[in-house]
Ligand binder design. Structure first.
Ligand code: HEM
Length: 430
């Protein structure tokens, strides 16, 4: 991997300073085979990654996904996918030494390669919202706990219709992809070279990736693929679109902050009409602060539930929560704790400048949750939101008559603003 230094860097193990601008070659292949980090580094020893050994090493002794702000955005996603794939294969087959590990190719594109807006969404958005409300009500309304009342409630309010609708869009996407997949195979026999060219251009969405994996023996049924589609669309769609809406509304409420974001975008893109590149988004430091501050004030998943797998002792008091307890984790409350964020109700992107972030506990921002069950789409959505918001702001300014205190929140599975997002936009080219 190559990195260009943005500042002078002094190497701590020697008295050497690498000047700003130096291009550094970072070589996981060499780091991973350093005997000071891994004894017998050339042998295959999964115990290198047991909990004790991982804890005893520097966090950057494993950099297969890189590290820091430009690390792999697909890390969690690909770890889950690889675990699924390998476990399915090993359940059914034994593997032998003549097999090779295929290279993993990661790309940033939309997850489905399917444009929800360009086609009828078949009531999917509304149905996801209705089903989310139902799940939230079940968790928060004690009278819905008994099965018999819950089943009656579903029938009475016709929730089955929404469940069916949630299944329809994924079914439609899978059908469409199956046809494309079949067509691709047909073409392959006709004009092999054409297909190779078009394949180079063709981005593989989630469905196609899963179908390809099926060809390789993953053995997923249509039902399994449908579940993955629902998880990704339901988990990734509303979260990102609502966060972008809150962010643009906040920038409209605070024109000074909007100007600062615009100046940053302009300093990088100037008057160019070229689309912004992923490389350039890494320089949009202040915009990223703005997005994090938006997620602090308006964490789209305001409440999360976790069931304790062991007894847990709270370090600030002498309380032990017994194994099995269901804990309600509330980003909305954590994020508004004045011990973590001074003036917690005001919008202040400087809460996320490098010094302030370094001075707080890493779980003081849990908009994407934290730990092993945290959001697999975090890095993807951060890049996506940076691209989207910067693209809007380089072309338009956003305005509103609203004040921060006018925002009225409704807590459900997602954090909704009941007064909506009344923003007007004005072209910057006028
Ligand atoms: C602003 C954007 C997003 C926010 C704030 C967000 C937030 C979260 C949170 C808080 C969780 C944990 C929920 C819980 O445990 O109850 C989560 C899980 C998840 N997210 Fe996201 N998310 C975002 C975008 C995305 C995107 C774009 C995708 C997919 C491409 C995605 C896929 C998922 C999945 C699959 C899980 C479940 C992970 C698991 O249970 O192991 N999210 N997300």
């Amino acid at each position: 991997m190559l990195r260009q230094l943005q500042d002078d860097v002094t190497i701590i193990t020697g008295n050497h300073t690498l000047p700003k601008g130096t291009i550094c070659l970072i070589t996981p292949l060499i780091t991973h085979r350093n005997p000071e980090l891994y004894p017998n580094p050339k042998s295959f020893n999964p115990d290198n990654f047991n909990a004790d050994n991982v804890a005893s090493r520097h966090k950057y002794s494993f950099i297969a996904f890189s590290g820091g702000p430009r690390s792999c955005i697909g890390m969690k996603y690909s770890l889950v996918l690889m675990t699924l794939l390998i476990s399915y294969v090993l359940r059914n087959f034994s593997v032998h030494t003549d097999m090779k590990l295929s290279d993993i190719k990661l790309k940033l594109e939309t997850t489905m390669d399917y444009n929800l807006d360009s086609q009828a969404d078949m009531g999917f958005k509304k149905s996801v919202a209705m089903v989310s409300d139902l799940i939230f009500n079940r968790a928060t309304k004690v009278w819905l706990y008994p099965e018999i009342i819950y089943n009656l409630y579903i029938k009475l309010f016709d929730y089955e219709k929404y469940y069916t609708n949630v299944q329809n869009l994924p079914k439609h996407i899978i059908e469409k992809k199956k046809n494309e997949f079949a067509q691709k195979f047909k073409n392959k026999f006709n004009t092999d070279t054409d297909v190779k060219e078009s394949e180079k251009k063709c981005f593989k969405g989630l469905v196609e990736t899963l179908m390809d994996s099926n060809e390789a023996g993953l053995g997923l049924s249509d039902e399994d693929i449908k579940s993955h589609v629902i998880t990704i669309v339901a988990g990734g769609f509303e979260t990102t679109s609502l966060t972008v809406s809150y962010c643009l509304l906040l920038l409209a409420i605070y024109p000074d902050i909007q100007d600062r974001v615009y100046d940053e975008i302009y300093s990088i893109l100037g008057d160019s009409d070229e689309p912004i590149t992923i490389e350039q988004t890494t320089s949009l430091v202040y915009l990223k602060q703005v997005i994090h501050e938006t997620l602090r004030l308006f964490p789209i998943a305001p409440v999360m539930l976790r069931q304790l797998q062991d007894d847990v002792t709270i370090i600030t008091g002498n309380h032990t929560l017994p194994k099995g307890t269901i804990c309600c984790i509330t980003p909305l409350i954590t994020h508004r704790n004045p011990e973590l964020y001074p003036n917690p109700k005001s919008f202040n992107p400087d809460n996320f400048n490098a010094d302030n972030v370094a001075s707080r506990h890493k779980y003081s921002l849990i908009a994407f949750s934290g730990g092993p069950r945290s959001c697999i789409g975090m890095k993807f959505s951060l890049v996506f939101m940076t691209l989207l918001i910067s693209d809007v702001l380089r072309n338009f300014s956003v305005h509103t008559d609203m004040k921060l205190s006018d925002i009225k929140l409704k807590i459900g599975m997602s954090l909704h603003n009941t007064v909506g997002f009344p923003i007007t936009i004005q072209s910057r080219k006028q």
